[in-house]
Write a protein of this length. Structure first.
Ligand code: HEC
Length: 126
């Protein structure tokens, strides 16, 4: 009989392997947010979008980050302001939401934060 913590390690390993064989492009398997739910969504750029990208994306994806410190983030992929995020909406949805996200490369945001990101992206990014 394995102990519960051994089982957790095994589950984590299985989950990690699942990422390797999953959708390489990103984890965009989160279903679209129900438009009715958007009626009550309180998320906007100031209270959610900006802090989310400050915490999780702008360390690499900002035109203020010098070329040598972007950790290979493409020079033209910057999330400096709300307009940039609107422009990159579809790719952000693909790379950073769902169960197999590929951004940030080392992970970080919780599942709940990623669900909120999907909600903000799907509800019009107000
Ligand atoms: C540690 C640095 C780093 C952080 C933090 C980071 N990225 Fe990236 N990003 C990269 C690198 C490197 C690439 C190019 C390789 C690739 O596409 O996987 C990239 C490419 C991208 C692209 C362009 C390629 C495409 O799929 O269209 C998007 C969009 C993107 N990242 C979104 C994000 C989002 C959203 C976040 C925050 C949730 C984020 N990244 C955080 C390093 C980073």
């Amino acid at each position: 009989m394995r102990s519960w913590h051994e089982l957790i390690v095994i589950a984590a390993l299985v989950a990690a392997c699942g990422n390797d064989v999953g959708i390489p492009e990103g984890g965009d398997d989160a279903p679209p947010i129900d438009p009715d739910a958007c009626e009550t969504s309180f998320l906007d750029y100031n209270n959610f979008g900006a802090p989310f990208v400050v915490n999780w994306c702008r360390g690499c994806h900002s035109s203020a980050v010098p070329a040598g410190m972007r950790q290979d983030a493409p020079a033209d992929v910057n999330f400096d302001d709300a307009a940039d995020l609107v422009e990159w909406r579809e790719r952000i949805r693909t790379r950073a939401t769902g169960t197999k996200p590929t951004m940030p490369p080392a992970g970080g945001p919780t599942e709940t934060e990623r669900e909120l990101l999907a909600e903000w992206l799907d509800c019009g990014m107000k």
